[in-house]
Design a protein around this ligand. Structure first.
Ligand SMILES: [Zn+2]
Ligand SMILES: [Zn+2]
Length: 184
């Protein structure tokens, strides 16, 4: 697999610096009203980053800061690698492709053409010609990882109940067209 061992320590240390911008935290002498960057609740606090970002206590205790931290720290574009790294921190890993429709589709295709022109043939196959090979190949890889590691695997469905530690539920949402058919 080649994925680096996940460094739990790195994520925990994020709490000593700003989750949003990495700047150091500052501790004020008196409480002032601050707005949480994650949930937008306002409350009094003495702690914020030097650029003014604040994350509330609820977001810290519910682990929302860890989830956001994982997402912002992640540089890989490979879902298998991301599953490997996130499995001890996540109960649910939701895999979803872009659901390109309407005017939004044109905007995304123009962005890809400008920034990643080498991907245009692939995007054309997937999003214009509706080919599913790419997702089917990825699904096969994901299913294998799930069976090797004993991760529950679901397709177009929500998990029920709690997952076991280190055994996140993996949800595959690669086939939007099936969801639309089912809902008719
Ligand atoms: Zn900040
Ligand atoms: Zn909050």
């Amino acid at each position: 697999m080649g994925a680096k061992a996940y460094q739990k320590q790195e994520v925990l240390s994020v709490k000593e610096e700003c989750l949003i911008c990495k700047a150091p935290l500052e501790y004020l002498e008196t409480d002032i009203l601050m707005e949480c960057e994650i949930c937008h609740k306002t409350e009094n606090s003495k702690t914020r980053c030097v650029n003014g970002h604040y994350v509330c206590n609820d977001c810290h205790t519910q682990g929302l800061d860890t989830i956001l931290g994982l997402c912002m720290e992640e540089t890989s574009k490979d879902p298998i690698e991301i599953i490997e790294r996130a499995k001890d921190q996540a109960d649910l890993i939701w895999l979803e492709n872009l659901n390109l429709r309407g005017q939004f589709k044109g905007d995304i295709m123009r962005y890809i053409a400008e920034k990643y022109p080498q991907l245009i043939p692939l995007y054309d196959e997937i999003y214009n010609k509706g080919k599913r090979d790419y997702w089917q190949a990825l699904e096969a890889q994901v299913k294998q990882i799930c069976s090797e590691n004993d991760f529950p695997y679901l397709r177009n469905d929500l998990p029920y109940g709690r997952s076991k530690p280190g055994k996140p539920v993996i949800v595959n949402y690669f086939y939007h067209e099936e969801i639309r058919l089912n809902n008719r």
